[in-house]
Each structure stands twice: as C-alpha cells, then as structure tokens.
Design a protein around this ligand. Structure first.
Ligand code: G
Ligand code: G
Ligand code: MN
Ligand code: NA
Length: 257
C-alpha cells in the first residue's frame, strides 16, 4: 500500500481530521476543554490512528506540516466554540507537542503566529509534552518554555509517571499542569499500589501549585476514587472517547443549554 506516496502530496492534508476528547472538571462535572488528537481519514481504509500513520508521515517529512496544521485547526475550532458558547471560563485546548517541533528554532514564533491568526487567548492553549520528549530536548525545552510561558501559554506534562521526571527538573520548568498517565488511573479499586501513586502525584501537584488531570478514566468507580483524592480534572472514555468536531459540539450544546 503506497501510503507514503499518498501522504506525501499536499492535497492529502485534507484527509486529516482533528478529534477532540473532553476534559472535565471533577468538581462541576462540566467540560472545561478538549485535547486534540489527530486522525487520518483514509479514502479506503477509514479512520487511521496516529500510531499507524505517524511513522510513515515521519519518513515522508509530511509530519512537520501535519503538526502545525493540527495546532492551527484545533485553535481555530476552539476559538469558534468559545464565541458560540460564551462562559466565564473559556474552553481550553490541549495540543501534543512532538520532539520534531522542538528541533525547529522558530517553534515559539510559529505558535505565537497561530495564536494571533486564530484570535485564541494564549491562556486557552495548553501544550502537552511527555517526560521523554522533555528529557531528549532538555536545553531547548527550558529556553522554549520560558518564552511560551511569557506569552501566557500553559504547559502540561503528559503521561506523567511513566518517564523520568526529576523533581529538580519539574521545579525548574515553568509547568502548569500534570496529566497522570492512564496506566495508573485505569485501575481496579483493589490495586492499592496504583492508587497510592495517583494520590502521591495529586499531592505533588498540589504542593507545587499545579493543576492535575487524570487520564484514562473509564469507570464510575475510578471517577469516585479521583474525586475522593480531590483531583481537579478527568479525561477518558467514561466521559467521552475522542470524537470529531461535530460530535464534540453536540456535547457542548447539551452542556450549555
Ligand atoms: O487516540 P490516540 O491513538 O490518539 O493517540 C495516540 C498517540 O498519538 C497519543 O499518545 C498522542 O500523544 C499522539 N498524538 C495524537 N495526536 C497528535 C498530534 O496531533 N500531534 C502529536 N505530536 N502527537 C499526537
Ligand atoms: O497524548 P496522549 O498519549 O495522552 O493521548 C491520549 C491517548 O489515550 C489517545 O490515544 C486516546 O485515544 C487514548 N485514550 C483517551 N481516553 C482513554 C481511555 O479512557 N482509555 C484508554 N484505554 N485510552 C484512552
Ligand atoms: Mn496528550
Ligand atoms: Na497521556
């Protein structure tokens, strides 16, 4: 299958779509924002997930284009929703940052440009980065993050708990949010070791003044445990799978009506 050939033509960017997964406040039960997750709507194969096309997109070089397209598209969409569903707490959008983007010396300028072009408030943008990506880009990350922070953009550590975050680095980086990896959150109530890790991360976040999001919430029982631990936000199939813009908008309509 000539995926490479298909993916390498500029016209195929139109085959990509952004899916949105709600992030819910555990105290109010309301959607406070979304995480953007890219999909490839293949003409014959249907929806293809990032794990299956990102390696190909990397080989063809389309990936650089794709990363920025996702950010622009998601920021534009969320700005439109902010206007449509006005609220005291504007909806936020979480975007996954790749190592590739860190390699670009004009990364911060490009993000700033997207914010200005879409009219999104910088504080509505939450950039998600994994611990591994941070480690691989330690020097660049510190420099870039200081500039992003100065723009008012929020920074989240994704999949927290699975990589290597020294507490020293956490302290030195201008991080705003910890996203607890779903391997800890998606546990049975008798898996006490995993819940102990969740509890510890929530306490760490609180002591450092960071917001905390539990990823991969799949059951009412997990939600109950997280509320007991006073976790701020949740994300996962229990609330909603990642869905296309039309379905995400329907969720907002029912929430705001
Ligand atoms: O639903 P899920 O299969 O979307 O996503 C799998 C992985 O792909 C996630 O870990 C996520 O970080 C990554 N991913 C999804 N969308 C994007 C994107 O737009 N940009 C980058 N860099 N990674 C993404
Ligand atoms: O960027 P990140 O690795 O956080 O991407 C989130 C990934 O987790 C995506 O692949 C998304 O589809 C997936 N995901 C989101 N919610 C759930 C969930 O409740 N359970 C599971 N198993 N996966 C989830
Ligand atoms: Mn993420
Ligand atoms: Na994650």
């Amino acid at each position: 299958l000539a995926i490479g050939a298909l993916i390498n033509t500029p016209s195929t960017i139109s085959e990509f779509i952004v899916y949105y997964q709600p992030i819910v406040s555990l105290s109010t039960g309301k959607i406070t924002g979304f995480e953007a997750l890219v999909r490839w709507q293949h003409p014959r194969r249907g929806i293809v997930y990032p794990g299956d096309f990102i390696p190909v997109a990397e080989e063809t070089g389309l990936i650089a284009h794709l990363d920025w397209w996702v950010m622009g598209e998601a920021c534009r969409q969320v700005r439109a929703w902010q206007k449509q569903f006005s609220s005291n707490n504007p909806l936020t959008i979480g975007i996954n940052l790749s190592s590739r983007q860190f390699d670009q010396s004009d990364m911060v300028e490009r993000i700033d440009e997207i914010i200005r072009d879409t009219g999104l408030e910088s504080s509505s943008l939450k950039l998600e980065i994994t611990e591994t990506c941070l480690l691989e880009n330690a020097e660049k990350a510190i420099a870039h993050f200081e500039q992003l922070k100065a723009l008012g953009i929020k920074l989240a550590i994704d999949d927290f708990g699975t990589g290597y975050s020294s507490l020293d680095r956490l302290h030195r980086l201008p991080i705003d949010i910890l996203k607890i990896d779903r391997s800890f959150v998606n546990s049975r109530s008798d898996e006490t070791d995993k819940w102990e890790i969740v509890r510890t991360i929530i306490m760490l976040a609180r002591n450092l003044g960071l917001d905390v999001v539990a990823e991969g919430v799949e059951t009412a029982d997990q939600l109950f445990q997280l509320k007991q631990l006073q976790c701020d936000y949740g994300q996962g199939y229990f609330f909603s799978k990642p869905v296309d813009a039309m379905a995400a908008e329907a969720l907002l309509v029912s929430q705001f009506q």
